[in-house]
Design a protein around this ligand. Structure first.
Ligand code: AGP
Length: 362
């Protein structure tokens, strides 16, 4: 069923606003009151007997996979690789002895991802599709399915599906780690974290005027912009840059902040916006010094920082959650900045040029 836009000018804004409820919904569907995950036992057994996870996806779903891999490795101790579907399909890497495949796909119809699933089925490897659309092609053709319960996502730019994919991977990683008696998983209160994330998201989406203003001052008239970060913050940089480029046509790129000095810093000119995402204690100081390096070359720097790591001059401060879950909050300012840049340019936010919601050709 086509969702109703209600009083929203665009679906994208409505879908950004729905994210706190999507977090609560996933918690209700996949977690008991005591916080223990409710995941099909056959699925858990199948993943447990694998020696490596292969996450395969495209676009925003691929970016959600980059975050998911860190959750599977840190909570369940299972080595995880993430691949772009269109690359994997025709250049399959050497696989481990017992691979398990996870397809992340909002629509469940992405042709590039399906091509990989067909190959995987031919090789008789087990698979799971995590999708928002029940009975979609990839859901039907994989061994197992988990639904995102995010409600219809209409805007071409994916927002709530991304955060739903990360939240569900966190639940699955917790379930796997617990089934395997891993201390990291037992100590990780995913239910409490999702509640904190939902409240944090709400606080961010309640600050729309701030993001509108920032989009106008920093992004509206720029030809290019960079998001930088390390680790999980790098993964989110890729996603927030994609959001900005696809709907506002600003040439935006996400970079590992340590890589700047290996080439990209040559692009920095007076007033080039460089947005640093800082949520990981271990690398906060390093990303801050990378921001100083670009500021010294004239860049206009903006910071998105968790409360625990914030300094007085930071631009956007995020409520503090477990460091493994920060992507769920740090992405929201990027979604809103992209939205307001596109809106203030007078573009069709929901239907950017040259793009389809679901890419059903290879
Ligand atoms: C995201 O904003 C995109 N429009 C796009 O990258 C999308 O995530 C990609 O096409 C994958 O789609 P899927 O999740 O439906 O497979």
């Amino acid at each position: 069923a086509q969702a109703d836009k209600g009083t929203y000018p665009f679906y994208m804004l409505k879908e950004i606003d729905e994210q706190p409820n999507v977090m609560r919904k996933l918690s209700q569907v996949y977690l008991n009151d005591d916080g223990t995950p409710v995941i099909n036992a056959d699925l858990l057994d199948a993943i447990k007997s694998a020696d490596r996870l292969y996450i395969v996806a495209a676009g925003t779903s691929y970016h959600a996979g980059l975050v998911g891999a860190k959750l599977f490795e840190s909570l369940a101790g299972v080595p995880t690789e993430v691949h772009v579907s269109s690359e994997f399909a025709y250049n399959q890497p050497l696989l481990s002895k017992k691979p398990f495949f996870i397809f992340l796909t909002q629509s469940g119809e992405t042709a590039d991802s399906r091509e990989v699933l067909l190959n995987v089925n031919e090789q008789k490897f087990p698979s799971l599709t995590i999708t928002n659309v029940p009975n979609s092609t990839l859901s039907r053709e994989a061994t197992y399915t988990l639904l995102l319960h995010a409600g219809p996502e209409i805007a071409v730019a994916s927002t709530k599906a991304y955060t739903a994919q990360i939240a569900l991977q966190a639940i699955l990683a917790k379930a796997l780690g617990e089934a395997d008696d891993q201390a990291a998983a037992k100590d990780f209160d995913v239910k409490q974290q999702l509640a904190l994330v939902a409240n944090g998201m709400q606080a961010l989406v309640d600050e729309k005027a701030t993001f509108d203003k920032l989009a106008k001052s920093a992004l509206l008239h720029t030809p290019n912009a960079f998001y930088i970060g390390r680790g999980l913050d790098y993964a989110v940089s890729l996603e927030t840059a994609l959001k900005l480029k696809e709907i506002s046509y600003v040439q935006a790129e996400g970079f590992a902040s340590g890589e700047l000095k290996h080439g990209t810093i040559a692009l920095i000119e007076k007033d080039t916006p460089v947005i640093g995402i800082i949520t990981q204690q271990k690398t906060a100081g390093l990303t801050r010094s990378n921001l100083q390096e670009v500021a010294a070359r004239g860049a206009k720097t903006i910071t998105i920082v968790t409360d625990a790591l914030a300094k007085p001059d930071d631009t956007i401060v995020l409520p503090t959650v477990d460091e493994r879950m920060t992507a769920l909050l740090s992405v929201v300012p990027g979604q809103l900045l992209a939205y307001y840049t596109s809106l203030n340019k007078g573009l069709d936010v929901d239907k950017p040029r040259n793009l389809a919601k679901s890419v059903t050709v290879e």
